[in-house]
Design a protein around this ligand. Structure first.
Ligand code: IPM
Ligand code: MG
Length: 394
Protein backbone atom coordinates (compact mmCIF):
# COMPACT_ATOMS: atom_id res chain seq x y z
CA UNK A 1 0.00 0.00 0.00
CA UNK A 2 1.71 3.24 -0.90
CA UNK A 3 -0.65 6.02 -0.02
CA UNK A 4 1.89 8.31 1.64
CA UNK A 5 2.63 7.10 5.12
CA UNK A 6 3.08 10.65 6.37
CA UNK A 7 -0.49 11.42 5.43
CA UNK A 8 -1.87 8.53 7.41
CA UNK A 9 0.22 9.50 10.43
CA UNK A 10 -0.99 13.09 10.11
CA UNK A 11 -4.60 11.94 9.79
CA UNK A 12 -4.42 9.70 12.85
CA UNK A 13 -3.30 12.75 14.86
CA UNK A 14 -5.87 15.11 13.47
CA UNK A 15 -8.97 12.98 13.43
CA UNK A 16 -11.17 15.97 14.21
CA UNK A 17 -10.39 17.57 10.87
CA UNK A 18 -12.58 14.98 9.25
CA UNK A 19 -13.97 17.26 6.55
CA UNK A 20 -10.54 18.30 5.34
CA UNK A 21 -9.26 14.82 5.96
CA UNK A 22 -11.86 13.30 3.64
CA UNK A 23 -11.00 15.75 0.88
CA UNK A 24 -7.26 15.24 1.10
CA UNK A 25 -7.75 11.51 1.33
CA UNK A 26 -9.65 11.32 -1.92
CA UNK A 27 -7.15 13.67 -3.55
CA UNK A 28 -4.30 11.32 -2.72
CA UNK A 29 -6.14 8.11 -3.33
CA UNK A 30 -8.33 8.81 -6.29
CA UNK A 31 -6.47 11.48 -8.23
CA UNK A 32 -2.79 10.92 -7.81
CA UNK A 33 -2.14 7.55 -6.28
CA UNK A 34 -3.28 4.10 -7.14
CA UNK A 35 -3.79 2.00 -4.03
CA UNK A 36 -1.66 -1.08 -4.32
CA UNK A 37 -3.28 -3.70 -2.16
CA UNK A 38 -1.51 -6.91 -1.42
CA UNK A 39 -3.91 -9.63 -0.30
CA UNK A 40 -3.01 -13.14 0.79
CA UNK A 41 -5.84 -15.55 0.01
CA UNK A 42 -6.52 -18.84 1.74
CA UNK A 43 -9.01 -20.79 -0.38
CA UNK A 44 -8.81 -23.69 2.11
CA UNK A 45 -11.06 -26.74 2.01
CA UNK A 46 -14.60 -27.74 1.08
CA UNK A 47 -16.49 -24.83 -0.45
CA UNK A 48 -13.58 -22.49 0.40
CA UNK A 49 -12.01 -22.32 -3.10
CA UNK A 50 -15.41 -21.64 -4.74
CA UNK A 51 -16.41 -18.80 -2.44
CA UNK A 52 -12.97 -17.17 -2.44
CA UNK A 53 -12.95 -17.20 -6.25
CA UNK A 54 -16.20 -15.19 -6.22
CA UNK A 55 -14.90 -12.74 -3.61
CA UNK A 56 -11.85 -12.19 -5.85
CA UNK A 57 -14.18 -11.51 -8.80
CA UNK A 58 -16.01 -8.86 -6.82
CA UNK A 59 -12.74 -7.32 -5.56
CA UNK A 60 -11.43 -7.20 -9.13
CA UNK A 61 -14.58 -5.32 -10.15
CA UNK A 62 -13.96 -2.87 -7.28
CA UNK A 63 -10.33 -2.44 -8.34
CA UNK A 64 -11.34 -1.75 -11.91
CA UNK A 65 -14.03 0.77 -11.02
CA UNK A 66 -12.08 2.67 -8.36
CA UNK A 67 -8.61 2.36 -9.88
CA UNK A 68 -6.79 0.17 -7.37
CA UNK A 69 -4.05 -2.28 -8.05
CA UNK A 70 -4.78 -5.65 -6.42
CA UNK A 71 -2.23 -8.35 -5.95
CA UNK A 72 -3.46 -11.76 -4.75
CA UNK A 73 -1.15 -14.46 -3.42
CA UNK A 74 -2.65 -17.80 -2.44
CA UNK A 75 -1.39 -19.88 0.47
CA UNK A 76 -2.45 -23.30 1.72
CA UNK A 77 -4.01 -23.92 5.10
CA UNK A 78 -6.05 -26.65 6.74
CA UNK A 79 -6.64 -29.95 4.96
CA UNK A 80 -5.22 -28.65 1.67
CA UNK A 81 -1.94 -27.90 3.43
CA UNK A 82 -1.95 -31.27 5.25
CA UNK A 83 -2.31 -33.05 1.90
CA UNK A 84 0.41 -30.99 0.20
CA UNK A 85 2.88 -30.30 3.03
CA UNK A 86 2.01 -32.72 5.85
CA UNK A 87 0.99 -29.96 8.26
CA UNK A 88 -2.01 -27.62 8.48
CA UNK A 89 0.06 -24.42 8.16
CA UNK A 90 3.70 -23.94 7.24
CA UNK A 91 6.10 -21.25 8.48
CA UNK A 92 6.39 -20.10 4.89
CA UNK A 93 2.62 -19.62 4.63
CA UNK A 94 2.61 -17.61 7.88
CA UNK A 95 5.40 -15.40 6.51
CA UNK A 96 3.44 -14.79 3.28
CA UNK A 97 0.34 -13.86 5.28
CA UNK A 98 2.34 -11.50 7.49
CA UNK A 99 3.87 -9.76 4.49
CA UNK A 100 0.46 -8.88 2.99
CA UNK A 101 -1.78 -5.93 3.81
CA UNK A 102 -4.63 -8.30 4.68
CA UNK A 103 -5.70 -11.93 4.44
CA UNK A 104 -8.89 -13.18 2.82
CA UNK A 105 -9.91 -16.68 3.77
CA UNK A 106 -12.56 -19.13 2.61
CA UNK A 107 -12.95 -21.97 5.08
CA UNK A 108 -10.98 -24.94 6.32
CA UNK A 109 -11.67 -28.43 7.62
CA UNK A 110 -13.60 -31.49 6.52
CA UNK A 111 -16.11 -33.97 7.82
CA UNK A 112 -14.88 -34.75 11.34
CA UNK A 113 -16.32 -38.29 11.28
CA UNK A 114 -15.12 -39.41 7.88
CA UNK A 115 -12.11 -37.34 6.79
CA UNK A 116 -8.66 -38.89 7.39
CA UNK A 117 -7.46 -35.44 8.55
CA UNK A 118 -9.25 -36.17 11.84
CA UNK A 119 -7.23 -39.33 12.45
CA UNK A 120 -4.18 -37.10 12.94
CA UNK A 121 -3.06 -35.82 16.36
CA UNK A 122 -5.07 -32.69 17.34
CA UNK A 123 -2.22 -30.25 16.63
CA UNK A 124 -1.90 -31.59 13.07
CA UNK A 125 -5.58 -31.25 12.13
CA UNK A 126 -6.98 -28.53 9.83
CA UNK A 127 -8.34 -26.28 12.62
CA UNK A 128 -4.92 -26.18 14.30
CA UNK A 129 -3.68 -24.23 11.25
CA UNK A 130 -6.34 -21.56 11.69
CA UNK A 131 -5.71 -21.25 15.43
CA UNK A 132 -1.99 -20.97 14.81
CA UNK A 133 -2.51 -18.26 12.20
CA UNK A 134 -4.80 -16.27 14.53
CA UNK A 135 -2.20 -16.50 17.30
CA UNK A 136 0.83 -15.76 15.06
CA UNK A 137 -0.84 -12.65 13.68
CA UNK A 138 -2.14 -11.63 17.14
CA UNK A 139 -5.70 -11.36 15.81
CA UNK A 140 -7.39 -10.91 19.17
CA UNK A 141 -10.50 -9.04 18.04
CA UNK A 142 -13.08 -10.92 16.03
CA UNK A 143 -15.97 -8.88 14.64
CA UNK A 144 -19.01 -10.87 13.55
CA UNK A 145 -21.91 -8.71 12.42
CA UNK A 146 -25.35 -10.32 12.35
CA UNK A 147 -27.79 -8.28 10.35
CA UNK A 148 -31.28 -9.22 9.28
CA UNK A 149 -31.77 -8.20 5.65
CA UNK A 150 -35.39 -7.25 5.10
CA UNK A 151 -35.30 -9.24 1.83
CA UNK A 152 -34.44 -12.38 3.79
CA UNK A 153 -37.07 -12.07 6.49
CA UNK A 154 -38.84 -15.09 5.03
CA UNK A 155 -35.72 -17.19 5.69
CA UNK A 156 -35.48 -16.03 9.33
CA UNK A 157 -36.54 -18.92 11.58
CA UNK A 158 -37.91 -16.57 14.25
CA UNK A 159 -41.60 -15.75 14.64
CA UNK A 160 -42.85 -12.93 12.45
CA UNK A 161 -43.53 -10.64 15.44
CA UNK A 162 -39.88 -10.99 16.51
CA UNK A 163 -38.27 -10.68 13.08
CA UNK A 164 -40.46 -7.67 12.25
CA UNK A 165 -38.39 -5.56 14.67
CA UNK A 166 -35.24 -6.45 12.71
CA UNK A 167 -31.79 -6.56 14.31
CA UNK A 168 -28.27 -5.39 13.69
CA UNK A 169 -25.81 -6.97 16.12
CA UNK A 170 -22.04 -6.87 16.23
CA UNK A 171 -20.55 -9.80 18.09
CA UNK A 172 -17.08 -8.90 19.36
CA UNK A 173 -15.41 -12.18 20.16
CA UNK A 174 -12.04 -12.41 21.90
CA UNK A 175 -10.04 -14.67 19.59
CA UNK A 176 -6.61 -15.53 20.96
CA UNK A 177 -7.25 -16.51 24.58
CA UNK A 178 -9.55 -18.55 26.79
CA UNK A 179 -10.24 -22.24 26.36
CA UNK A 180 -8.89 -22.30 22.82
CA UNK A 181 -5.36 -21.47 23.91
CA UNK A 182 -5.21 -22.65 27.54
CA UNK A 183 -3.20 -25.67 28.58
CA UNK A 184 -4.81 -28.97 27.57
CA UNK A 185 -3.99 -32.62 28.02
CA UNK A 186 -5.52 -36.07 28.03
CA UNK A 187 -4.21 -38.50 30.61
CA UNK A 188 -5.05 -41.90 32.01
CA UNK A 189 -5.24 -42.01 35.81
CA UNK A 190 -5.78 -45.40 37.47
CA UNK A 191 -7.11 -46.76 34.20
CA UNK A 192 -9.56 -43.85 33.77
CA UNK A 193 -9.12 -41.44 30.87
CA UNK A 194 -9.26 -37.78 31.84
CA UNK A 195 -9.16 -34.73 29.54
CA UNK A 196 -8.36 -31.22 30.77
CA UNK A 197 -8.85 -27.86 29.02
CA UNK A 198 -8.00 -24.63 30.78
CA UNK A 199 -9.92 -21.37 30.53
CA UNK A 200 -7.53 -18.58 31.34
CA UNK A 201 -7.53 -14.81 30.75
CA UNK A 202 -5.32 -12.09 32.07
CA UNK A 203 -6.56 -8.55 32.52
CA UNK A 204 -4.59 -7.20 29.54
CA UNK A 205 -6.23 -9.67 27.18
CA UNK A 206 -9.64 -8.63 28.48
CA UNK A 207 -8.87 -4.92 28.41
CA UNK A 208 -7.73 -4.76 24.78
CA UNK A 209 -10.84 -6.53 23.42
CA UNK A 210 -13.08 -4.45 25.71
CA UNK A 211 -11.51 -1.23 24.37
CA UNK A 212 -12.17 -2.41 20.78
CA UNK A 213 -15.75 -3.26 21.76
CA UNK A 214 -16.42 0.19 23.19
CA UNK A 215 -14.74 1.88 20.22
CA UNK A 216 -16.92 -0.06 17.78
CA UNK A 217 -20.02 0.71 19.89
CA UNK A 218 -19.24 4.43 19.51
CA UNK A 219 -19.64 4.04 15.76
CA UNK A 220 -22.96 2.25 16.25
CA UNK A 221 -25.78 2.57 18.79
CA UNK A 222 -23.45 3.02 21.77
CA UNK A 223 -24.61 -0.03 23.64
CA UNK A 224 -22.37 -2.84 24.88
CA UNK A 225 -23.71 -6.06 26.37
CA UNK A 226 -20.81 -7.90 27.96
CA UNK A 227 -21.54 -11.61 28.10
CA UNK A 228 -19.97 -13.92 30.67
CA UNK A 229 -20.67 -16.67 33.19
CA UNK A 230 -19.75 -14.63 36.28
CA UNK A 231 -22.10 -16.64 38.51
CA UNK A 232 -19.74 -19.62 38.13
CA UNK A 233 -16.36 -18.82 36.55
CA UNK A 234 -13.45 -16.83 37.98
CA UNK A 235 -12.32 -15.88 34.48
CA UNK A 236 -15.77 -14.34 33.95
CA UNK A 237 -15.63 -12.44 37.24
CA UNK A 238 -12.32 -10.89 36.15
CA UNK A 239 -13.80 -10.25 32.70
CA UNK A 240 -16.70 -8.31 34.27
CA UNK A 241 -14.40 -6.22 36.52
CA UNK A 242 -12.04 -5.26 33.71
CA UNK A 243 -14.90 -4.42 31.33
CA UNK A 244 -16.32 -2.12 34.03
CA UNK A 245 -12.94 -0.42 34.43
CA UNK A 246 -12.73 0.17 30.67
CA UNK A 247 -16.31 1.49 30.62
CA UNK A 248 -15.25 4.42 32.82
CA UNK A 249 -13.49 5.89 29.77
CA UNK A 250 -16.67 5.55 27.68
CA UNK A 251 -19.41 7.35 29.65
CA UNK A 252 -21.32 7.86 26.40
CA UNK A 253 -21.66 4.09 25.86
CA UNK A 254 -24.28 2.16 27.84
CA UNK A 255 -22.87 -1.03 29.39
CA UNK A 256 -24.84 -3.98 30.69
CA UNK A 257 -23.81 -7.50 31.66
CA UNK A 258 -25.59 -10.70 30.69
CA UNK A 259 -24.96 -14.33 31.55
CA UNK A 260 -24.17 -16.42 28.50
CA UNK A 261 -27.06 -18.87 28.93
CA UNK A 262 -29.48 -15.97 29.17
CA UNK A 263 -27.86 -14.36 26.12
CA UNK A 264 -28.41 -17.52 24.08
CA UNK A 265 -32.08 -17.29 25.02
CA UNK A 266 -32.42 -13.52 24.47
CA UNK A 267 -30.95 -13.85 20.97
CA UNK A 268 -33.99 -15.81 19.84
CA UNK A 269 -36.50 -14.01 22.06
CA UNK A 270 -35.60 -10.38 21.42
CA UNK A 271 -32.52 -9.89 19.22
CA UNK A 272 -33.40 -6.23 18.61
CA UNK A 273 -32.23 -5.39 22.17
CA UNK A 274 -28.56 -5.93 21.22
CA UNK A 275 -26.03 -3.62 19.63
CA UNK A 276 -22.50 -4.82 20.50
CA UNK A 277 -22.13 -8.17 22.26
CA UNK A 278 -18.70 -8.37 23.86
CA UNK A 279 -17.57 -11.82 24.90
CA UNK A 280 -14.77 -14.33 25.35
CA UNK A 281 -13.57 -16.81 22.76
CA UNK A 282 -15.71 -19.91 23.36
CA UNK A 283 -18.93 -18.06 24.19
CA UNK A 284 -18.37 -15.94 21.06
CA UNK A 285 -17.91 -19.03 18.91
CA UNK A 286 -21.26 -20.42 20.00
CA UNK A 287 -23.26 -17.19 20.13
CA UNK A 288 -22.04 -16.07 16.71
CA UNK A 289 -23.34 -19.28 15.11
CA UNK A 290 -26.67 -18.72 16.82
CA UNK A 291 -26.78 -15.07 15.76
CA UNK A 292 -25.98 -16.01 12.19
CA UNK A 293 -28.73 -18.60 12.03
CA UNK A 294 -31.42 -16.10 13.02
CA UNK A 295 -30.42 -13.93 10.06
CA UNK A 296 -31.75 -16.69 7.83
CA UNK A 297 -28.54 -18.39 6.80
CA UNK A 298 -25.03 -18.77 8.11
CA UNK A 299 -24.02 -18.23 4.47
CA UNK A 300 -24.58 -14.48 4.82
CA UNK A 301 -22.29 -13.58 7.68
CA UNK A 302 -18.82 -12.10 7.27
CA UNK A 303 -16.16 -11.62 9.92
CA UNK A 304 -13.02 -9.63 10.53
CA UNK A 305 -10.21 -10.65 12.86
CA UNK A 306 -8.04 -7.71 13.77
CA UNK A 307 -4.88 -6.96 15.71
CA UNK A 308 -3.61 -3.59 16.91
CA UNK A 309 -2.65 -2.41 13.43
CA UNK A 310 -4.68 -2.10 10.26
CA UNK A 311 -3.88 -5.68 9.34
CA UNK A 312 -6.73 -8.17 9.47
CA UNK A 313 -7.90 -11.61 8.43
CA UNK A 314 -11.32 -11.71 6.82
CA UNK A 315 -13.40 -14.84 6.56
CA UNK A 316 -17.01 -15.94 6.46
CA UNK A 317 -18.38 -17.04 9.85
CA UNK A 318 -19.45 -20.36 8.37
CA UNK A 319 -17.45 -23.53 7.88
CA UNK A 320 -16.25 -25.48 4.86
CA UNK A 321 -19.53 -27.38 4.22
CA UNK A 322 -17.79 -30.45 2.70
CA UNK A 323 -21.20 -31.99 1.87
CA UNK A 324 -21.89 -29.35 -0.79
CA UNK A 325 -18.32 -28.68 -1.94
CA UNK A 326 -17.55 -28.62 -5.67
CA UNK A 327 -21.20 -28.43 -6.74
CA UNK A 328 -21.35 -24.68 -7.34
CA UNK A 329 -24.27 -24.28 -4.94
CA UNK A 330 -22.57 -22.57 -1.98
CA UNK A 331 -23.47 -19.03 -0.99
CA UNK A 332 -20.48 -16.72 -1.59
CA UNK A 333 -22.11 -13.68 0.05
CA UNK A 334 -20.48 -14.08 3.49
CA UNK A 335 -17.05 -14.14 1.83
CA UNK A 336 -17.90 -11.20 -0.42
CA UNK A 337 -19.09 -9.25 2.64
CA UNK A 338 -15.86 -10.25 4.42
CA UNK A 339 -13.99 -8.67 1.50
CA UNK A 340 -16.09 -5.52 2.09
CA UNK A 341 -14.98 -5.52 5.74
CA UNK A 342 -11.40 -5.81 4.51
CA UNK A 343 -11.83 -2.75 2.30
CA UNK A 344 -13.27 -0.85 5.27
CA UNK A 345 -11.05 -1.91 8.16
CA UNK A 346 -7.68 -2.66 6.58
CA UNK A 347 -7.69 -0.29 3.60
CA UNK A 348 -9.88 2.55 4.84
CA UNK A 349 -11.88 2.36 1.57
CA UNK A 350 -15.37 3.08 2.90
CA UNK A 351 -16.84 4.04 -0.45
CA UNK A 352 -15.68 0.81 -2.02
CA UNK A 353 -16.95 -1.23 0.95
CA UNK A 354 -20.32 0.53 0.67
CA UNK A 355 -20.42 -0.39 -3.03
CA UNK A 356 -19.93 -4.08 -2.25
CA UNK A 357 -22.60 -4.03 0.47
CA UNK A 358 -24.96 -2.17 -1.85
CA UNK A 359 -24.38 -4.80 -4.55
CA UNK A 360 -25.45 -7.52 -2.08
CA UNK A 361 -28.60 -5.55 -1.20
CA UNK A 362 -29.34 -5.00 -4.90
CA UNK A 363 -28.95 -8.65 -5.87
CA UNK A 364 -31.19 -9.74 -3.00
CA UNK A 365 -33.75 -7.10 -3.90
CA UNK A 366 -33.77 -8.35 -7.47
CA UNK A 367 -34.72 -11.75 -6.09
CA UNK A 368 -31.56 -13.78 -6.75
CA UNK A 369 -30.95 -16.47 -4.15
CA UNK A 370 -28.54 -19.32 -3.56
CA UNK A 371 -30.11 -22.56 -2.30
CA UNK A 372 -29.58 -21.82 1.41
CA UNK A 373 -31.68 -18.62 1.27
CA UNK A 374 -34.06 -19.64 -1.49
CA UNK A 375 -37.72 -18.81 -1.07
CA UNK A 376 -40.77 -18.97 -3.30
CA UNK A 377 -40.88 -16.61 -6.26
CA UNK A 378 -37.12 -15.97 -6.20
CA UNK A 379 -34.52 -16.97 -8.81
CA UNK A 380 -32.22 -19.80 -7.76
CA UNK A 381 -28.58 -19.22 -8.74
CA UNK A 382 -25.32 -21.06 -8.05
CA UNK A 383 -22.17 -19.78 -6.41
CA UNK A 384 -20.40 -18.52 -9.53
CA UNK A 385 -23.53 -16.88 -10.97
CA UNK A 386 -24.12 -15.12 -7.65
CA UNK A 387 -20.50 -13.88 -7.75
CA UNK A 388 -20.90 -12.55 -11.32
CA UNK A 389 -24.18 -10.82 -10.45
CA UNK A 390 -22.48 -9.09 -7.52
CA UNK A 391 -19.44 -8.09 -9.59
CA UNK A 392 -21.68 -6.66 -12.33
CA UNK A 393 -23.41 -4.43 -9.77
CA UNK A 394 -20.24 -2.78 -8.44
C1 IPM B 1 -15.07 -20.29 13.84
C2 IPM B 1 -14.79 -21.75 13.73
C3 IPM B 1 -13.43 -22.04 14.34
C4 IPM B 1 -13.50 -21.64 15.80
C5 IPM B 1 -12.95 -23.49 14.18
C6 IPM B 1 -12.89 -23.89 12.73
C7 IPM B 1 -11.64 -23.73 14.86
O1 IPM B 1 -15.80 -22.48 14.32
O2 IPM B 1 -14.28 -19.50 13.28
O3 IPM B 1 -16.04 -19.91 14.48
O4 IPM B 1 -13.99 -22.41 16.63
O5 IPM B 1 -13.07 -20.53 16.12
MG1 MG C 1 -17.44 -21.30 15.02
Amino acid sequence: MYVPVFWYLFKERHRKMSFLSGRIDSFFKKEYFIMKLSITCIPGDGIGPEIVAQAKNVLNAVAEKYGHDLCFTDILMGGASIDACGEPLTEEAIATAKAADAVLMGSIGGNTSTSPWYQLPPDKRPEAGLLRLRKSLNLFANLRPALLYQELRAACPLKEEISAAGFDIMIMRELTGGLYFGERRTVVENGVRRAVDTLTYDENEIRRIAVKGFEIARKRKRKVTSVDKANVLDSSRLWRKVVEEVAVDYPDVELSHMLVDNCAMQLVKDPAQFDVILTENMFGDILSDEASMITGSIGMLPSASLNDTRFGLYEPSHGSAPDIAGRDIANPIATVLSAAMMLRYSFDLDQEADAVEAAVQAVLKEGYRTADIMSEGCTLVGCSRMGSLLAERI
